[in-house]
Write a protein that binds this ligand. Structure first.
Ligand SMILES: Nc1nc2c(ncn2[C@@H]2O[C@H](COP(=O)(O)OP(=O)(O)OP(=O)(O)O)[C@@H](O)[C@H]2O)c(=O)[nH]1
Length: 386
């Protein structure tokens, strides 16, 4: 009898213990969900000041890497870089030189015009701008009485310039702003684009452009997808005495790095915070989620001043499609066209501006540290005709 009693007791205990475990597991699984990112402004203010990290963002592994106290490089002056690097555009110049030689022929046949069209399309100018330019050239060449070389060149220069659009505002927004509390905050520049387009290199070169203009810069290595990208960026920064905010953990939250970079910039009284991002394109929703979150989190401390989209000029129409995806996801304010030194497809400048309605602000003209130039429409067209 006693044995039976003990057995019943044991069964009751086992059942009770199992029930408790199940309950505990249930509680663990039913933890309250993380706070939604988008909350009404009033609630967000009540729960956390605007300049603190949102609870869903963990920055415990983000570090601020001060540059070592060594002698730093002085980057090359920025003004006139496009003129100085003009010979790097010699391949792009094929388009200008070809057009010039065709237009200079005694009388132009339909075949000549077809050749002009082909030249423009091969240089990636795009169908719309090509048709437009041809119409204008036909009219102007007809009106032109004598066909001296100088007048043909001048007509072509004017028409190409109109296509590249010298009226677009290409200035980088690098001025500090003032917050609601009256405190200054740095300009923040988010750099987006597909991996391999030269994004990290561009952020490094852009830091040098800004340092050459005597601006205080902080870098944010929010491309946490590839740990080497942070090392690469830090090296760029160290060369010119610029601090890099980064995480050593691959896959760390990019928004946390971006937030801490802007915070470090504010604390240091920096003029500009440059944030490199990963921008993986395998899924538009992911991209939108990641870049949207980075932008929102940065905005808690300072509005995003610029979103620069880095595009590889050698990728032509494919690059253009990538650009469109990014433009649908974030408000791109400027384009950086890299590797323009290695391509005859300089017409992409026109095509991308037309497609996105956003100006090309900077161009990459080589692998050297100071081979990034502010884009000047007049200098570009002159280089095409040189
Ligand atoms: N010729 C030339 N090469 C360039 C230019 N800009 C970048 N590159 C090269 O392009 C390669 C890729 O550059 P990265 O900066 O590593 O590319 P990324 O887009 O940052 O790639 P992830 O870091 O993987 O995102 C490097 O070898 C650069 O030197 C340019 O304007 N001209």
């Amino acid at each position: 009898m006693t044995d039976q009693l003990w057995a019943v007791l044991a069964v009751v205990l086992v059942v009770l213990a199992g029930g408790t475990a199940a309950l505990t597991a249930g509680v663990r699984r039913r933890r309250p969900p993380a706070l939604p990112e988008e909350r009404p402004a009033s609630v967000a203010t009540a729960e956390a000041p605007a300049d603190t990290l949102p609870p869903e963002v963990d920055d415990s592994d983000v570090v601020v890497e001060e540059p070592p106290a060594v002698e730093t490089e002085r980057p090359a002056p920025v003004a006139g870089r496009m003129v100085r690097l003009r010979e790097r555009l010699s391949r792009s110049g094929t388009i200008g030189r070809s057009l010039l030689s065709i237009l200079s022929r005694e009388s132009l046949t339909e075949e000549d015009w077809e050749e002009i069209e082909e030249t423009l399309l091969l240089a990636d100018v795009g169908i719309g701008p090509t048709t437009e330019l041809m119409d204008r050239l036909r009219t102007r060449v007809q009106v032109l009485g004598t066909k001296d070389a100088a007048s043909v060149r001048e007509i072509l220069r004017e028409e190409l310039l109109q296509l590249v659009d010298p009226t677009m505002d290409r200035t980088l927004r690098t001025a500090q702003g003032v917050g609601d509390d009256g405190a200054p905050h740095p300009a923040t520049i988010l750099v987006v684009g597909v991996n391999g387009t030269g994004k990290t290199t561009t952020v490094g070169k852009l830091a040098r452009v800004l340092v050459a203009e005597d601006l205080e810069v902080v870098l944010g290595a929010a491309d946490t997808f590839r740990a080497a990208a942070a090392d690469q960026l830090q090296t760029w920064g160290e060369r010119v005495g610029v601090t890099t905010v980064r995480s050593d953990r691959e896959g760390a939250d990019p928004a946390a790095v971006a937030f801490d970079a802007v915070q470090a910039g504010r604390t240091a009284g920096a003029d500009v915070v440059l944030v490199d991002t990963a921008g993986r394109l395998q899924n538009k929703a992911d991209l939108m989620g990641e870049l949207g979150k980075i932008k929102r989190v940065i905005s808690r401390q300072a509005p995003v001043s610029e979103v620069l989209l880095v595009l590889d000029a050698t990728t032509g129409q494919n690059g253009l499609r990538q650009a469109q995806v990014f433009a649908e996801v974030v408000d791109v304010t400027g384009i950086v066209l890299t590797k323009l030194d290695g391509t005859a497809k300089g017409g992409i400048v026109v095509a991308v501006q037309r497609e996105l309605g956003v100006p090309v602000k900077l161009v990459g003209l080589g692998e050297g540290a100071d081979d990034l130039a502010p884009f000047v429409a007049e200098d570009f067209v002159e280089a095409l005709l040189a």
